[in-house]
Design a protein around this ligand. Structure first.
Ligand code: NAD
Ligand code: UD1
Length: 340
């Protein structure tokens, strides 16, 4: 298939572009490089051995949409482009709504004009908020706790409305749990700008000596060791979920919603120990105050994706730590400084 990947220079989009190309698809990447670099696209080419057409383009810019959408007879769009920092979204809600919601509406309008009506959308487990029961199934009522999470839920609702108005649309909504790890080749991985917000990139930067100490945000949660529990999903497994979602859409109309997670939760201390084992390095850490907005536990019930998409996560946390460490060691400052 001819596929357009928005946000394809980003962490999950770039790994997904690799899996799509390996599955035989032709991929065009658009990204405004607001949270990524052109080097990620070069890395996709290196890993796959294939040229990738790239447009440095903002999905909100409808005057350039024709240029992108007319370059191929696209069969589907995989839409990753979004801002994703939860704390920042509380400080800059207009920027998040403009980018994530209005940007998606502009993209959908263009797709509609070109008769491209198949979409895979990157949603988030954050739409569930803080449910009472674990694991979290897709029928758990949404209760987003941040502007970022609300942009995801609003976009999901927009997609349902779009399909109600025009049943020709085929839409897969994927609610990701915590994406971690890097490509096993060591040539591509997460390259967060500034201080990482997320646990694994921070842990990796401490292990490599770029940062001194990890702050563990709270050890007084109602969990066995007192730290927060999450469902950490290897980014390559996550990427492969998109290949399965596309296959599924080829046979099913409508709007589908699937969790992508492992079904297993790990505490912050367990993650630190797993990373220490994978890297052979100590990860100095100290307990700090809880981070506002964090929930105690979150892990997926991934059985719907298993039953309907034929997808299950294959890699475990240990493997994710090993792959992340390989990437971190060879690229201590991300794509900007590569060590042999
Ligand atoms: P990322 O920031 O690495 O990738 C997003 C990419 O989109 C970046 O390269 C950025 O430059 C680009 N982008 C942003 N706004 C754009 C715009 N207006 N036009 C063009 N490009 C734009 O983030 P990621 O971790 O790869 O996340 C990908 C998607 O998955 C996002 O939609 C995110 O909300 C969602 N998600 C991520 C996680 C996670 O654990 N990382 C979890 C749940 C959902
Ligand atoms: C966050 C977002 C979520 C988003 C995901 C990926 C919130 C509430 N949720 O998930 O919407 O999809 O990132 O971008 O922000 N931790 C530390 N020290 C750190 C960093 C994290 O102890 O320096 C702890 C956290 O308290 C949490 C766990 O590690 O218990 C995971 O945190 P993180 O990686 O930021 O992911 P989430 O908060 O689960």
């Amino acid at each position: 298939m001819n596929l357009l990947v928005t946000g394809g220079a980003g962490y999950i989009g770039s790994h997904t572009a690799i899996e799509l190309i390996m599955a035989g698809h032709d991929v065009v990447v658009v990204d405004n490089l607001s949270n990524s670099t052109r080097a990620a696209v070069s890395a996709i080419e290196t890993v796959t051995g294939r040229d990738v057409t790239f447009f440095e383009y903002d999905i909100r810019n409808d005057s350039r949409l024709d240029e992108v959408l007319a370059c191929r007879a696209f069969d589907a769009v995989l839409h990753f482009a979004a801002l994703k920092a939860v704390g920042e979204s509380a400080a800059q809600p207009l920027r998040y709504y403009a980018n994530n919601v209005a940007g998606t509406a502009t993209l959908l309008d263009g797709m509609n004009d070109y008769g491209i009506k198949t979409l895979v959308f990157s949603s988030s487990a954050s739409v569930y908020g803080d449910p009472d029961t674990m694991p979290i199934g897709e029928d758990s009522p949404p209760d987003p706790k941040s502007p970022y999470a609300r942009t995801k839920l609003i976009t999901e609702n927009l997609l349902h409305d779009l399909h109600d108005a025009d049943p020709d649309w085929r839409i897969s909504i994927l609610r990701y749990f915590n994406a971690v790890g890097a490509h096993p080749s060591g040539r591509i991985g997460e390259d967060p700008s500034g201080v990482p917000n997320n646990l694994l990139p921070f842990v990796a930067q401490v292990a490599v000596g770029r940062r001194n100490c990890l702050n563990v945000f709270g050890d007084d949660y109602p969990t066995p060791d007192g730290t927060g529990i999450r469902d950490y999903l290897h980014v390559v497994d996550l990427a492969r979920g998109h290949v399965k979602a596309l296959d599924y859409l080829a046979g099913a109309g409508g709007v589908s919603v699937h969790n992508l997670g492992t079904g297993r939760g790990y505490s912050v201390f367990e993650v630190v120990h797993a990373f220490e084992a994978a890297s052979g390095r100590k990860v100095p850490h100290r307990v700090a105050a809880r981070r506002p907005g964090d929930v105690a536990v979150s892990w997926a019930d991934p059985s719907k994706a298993r039953d309907e998409l034929g997808w299950t996560a294959e890699y475990d946390l240990e493997r994710a730590c090993e792959d992340l460490w390989r990437w971190q060691l060879t690229h201590p400052r991300g794509f900007s400084t590569r060590k042999a």
